[in-house]
Design a protein. Structure first.
Lengths: 322, 257
């Protein structure tokens, strides 16, 4: 048996844990009073939670050795659906319909990847454009808002409100992170998901339906992205056509920083959330320090490459073949 | 051995595109038999067993299992019917622990608050017993990932898994490749023990001399065809080797023996 410390060091998220510690140390040195303020931490935690939801779905897809480039568009499309359906179907109905759209997009992409034997990068790139195009067509480029009644609806508050001064998104992210971890590491589906990503031929030879696993995972990923969209808009109920633009790249970066290997079979949901925290923190702190906001993108790129080098060397040290 | 054969293959044809991989193969396999399936590379041995374990669907012809015609071909169905296959290159996921590999596809669960959660205790205990029985290094635990194991240890896990679950058919594809002499003997003893428990064992190898000592019957394949099907009591290993060497010219050869 491993001690908890050994388990942490061997886990895929160890690199991200070190990254968070280093980042917090640096931010404390350069901007102690600015960083450790409740306002800063609340904002960073809120946006980390939303990106974390999307990144966890991405992590699951990457663990099956696929990728989902459509999550940013699905996030936007689901959010737009949530706001647009509300006048007709009420808040609850709009949430269910919006999530059904997300699940449908995920399932169709999964089906195309599995049954069409197509590379997921191409299928979900198509999904990225298609879903984004739908947003433009649907909204006509206009901005939609919630009515006052919808804003104070209990369901809206449940997803977008606060509890003890902490944003609902954070509770949702933590709850789903626990549930998804149990699913990944503690259930039959999780074991088969890990096996499918690690060695698909071997998994299939044991009777694992890798096609079902992948379709379910793409659907789950799209649902998480859509849910993140709903949580975002329940907090600030206003749609715009660029909602979730480029979020897929941040989600992939978060998952990779968090220790997911694109070679499949290895990854960490907690790591993906930590990766989301690192990316969000950099964005916030660079702006706070007065750096031009465009520097953020460069920083994410640098952090991503450093993280990959670091995670690969950690994985090799643990004896994994990567 | 009376009654219907456990597995019956009738006029099996399999094409991969234009390539004719199995040519009109008909065979009977009985429970309690150890069958040596022999032939050169590309003879169709592995293709044949991949039909039996549900990976390939035949182009035409019939497969009967236990008196019932097999209509659907999928590894899961074959496993559910008790056909366990030990393949050369696949079967273990490097990223998973021995315990997780052991139960992959048939994971035991217990309900916690109504949710079926993997029964790690059972998975660990059972796989630990098997890996000790099969002589894996003492410092290897059931929680270790398979990628830590040597070639022989990997093979031991696969065979241990096949033996542990109460199966009716065990198909071994080159089971002694990459094994030390002692490990090889152990595997061969296991094959015989399984047969004696009443299982059908299909043992695939290049090495006619090795399998002749174990098997009740030898089937030789060549270019996708069955070219010989003889009891080991009826033909010596040398004679069988000559059949392989001569390819399709078995008739004259038999008369010479």
């Amino acid at each position: 048996m491993q001690t908890p410390l050994q388990a942490l060091v061997r886990s895929q998220s160890f690199g991200a844990v070190i990254g968070v510690v280093l980042m917090l140390a640096v931010f404390s040195i350069v901007d102690f009073s600015g960083w450790w303020r409740s306002q800063t931490l609340a904002n960073v935690a809120h946006f980390s939670a939303i990106l974390g939801l999307v990144a966890m779905g991405q992590a699951l897809v990457i663990i099956t050795k696929e990728i989902d480039l459509s999550v940013g568009s699905v996030y936007g499309l689901t959010g737009v659906a949530f706001i647009t359906f509300e006048p007709q179907y009420g808040v609850g109905g709009a949430i269910i319909l919006a999530l059904l759209i997300a699940a449908l997009v995920g399932a169709v992409q999964g089906l195309l990847v599995v049954k069409g034997k197509l590379p997921s990068m191409i299928v979900t790139l198509g999904g990225l454009f298609a879903a984004r195009g739908l947003i433009y067509v649907w909204t006509g480029g206009s901005v939609n808002n919630f009515s006052q009644a919808a804003r104070i609806n209990p369901l809206t508050r449940l997803f977008g409100g606060e509890l003890f001064g902490i944003e609902a998104a954070i509770f949702w992210m933590i709850g789903l992170c626990i549930a998804l971890n149990i699913m990944l590491w503690g259930t039959r589906f999780g074991n088969r998901l890990l096996a499918t990503g690690g060695a698909q031929d071997s998994a299939e030879s044991r009777g694992v339906r890798s096609d079902h696993v992948k379709i379910a995972t793409f659907t789950l990923c799209a649902l998480l992205a859509g849910f993140a969209g709903i949580v975002t808009l329940a907090d600030k109920p206003q749609t715009h056509v660029t909602l979730g633009d480029l979020m897929e790249l941040e989600a992939i970066a978060a998952a990779v920083i968090g220790g997911c290997l694109l070679s499949g079979g290895r990854g960490s949901l907690v790591g993906a959330v930590l990766g989301a925290f690192i990316i969000t923190s950099f964005r916030y702190e660079l702006i706070a320090l007065g750096a031009p906001s465009s520097w953020f993108i460069t920083f994410v790129g640098v952090v991503l490459i450093v993280a990959v080098i670091f995670n690969q060397s950690l994985a090799r040290r643990a004896g994994h073949s990567v | 051995m009376s009654g219907t054969p456990l597995i019956q293959v009738k006029n099996l044809q399999l094409y991969f595109g234009a390539f004719h991989a199995l040519k009109n193969v008909s065979l009977d396999f009985n429970a309690g038999e150890l069958i040596g399936l022999v032939g050169d590379n590309g003879a169709g041995k592995t293709t044949l067993i991949r039909v039996l374990c549900g990976i390939h669907k035949p182009t035409s012809g019939e497969v009967w299992f236990n008196g019932e015609r097999v209509e659907k071909f999928h590894p899961k169905l074959a496993i559910d019917q008790g056909i366990e296959t030990i393949q050369q290159s696949v079967g273990l996921c490097d990223n998973l622990s021995i315990a997780r590999n052991f139960y992959l596809g048939r994971e035991p669960v217990r309900r916690i608050f109504g949710i079926p959660i993997l029964d790690f205790k059972k998975m660990r205990e059972m796989s630990t017993r098997v890996i000790r029985e099969f002589g894996l290094r003492d410092n290897v635990s059931a929680d270790d990932e398979v990628e830590r194991l040597s070639g022989g240890e990997r093979q031991s896990v696969k065979i241990g898994r096949a033996v542990e679950f109460k199966n009716r058919v065990v198909i071994m594809d080159e089971p002694t490749n990459h094994l030390s002499v002692r490990e090889r003997e152990h595997v061969n003893e296991l094959a015989v023990a399984l047969k004696e428990q009443g299982l059908l064992v299909i043992y695939i190898t290049h090495d006619i001399f090795q399998v002749h000592k174990l098997a009740d019957r030898i089937i030789i394949m060549e270019n996708g065809e069955k070219i010989e099907d003889a009891a080991t009591s009826a033909m010596t290993a040398d004679a069988l080797e000559e059949v392989i060497r001569q390819g399709g010219r078995k008739v004259e050869k038999r008369e010479a023996v």
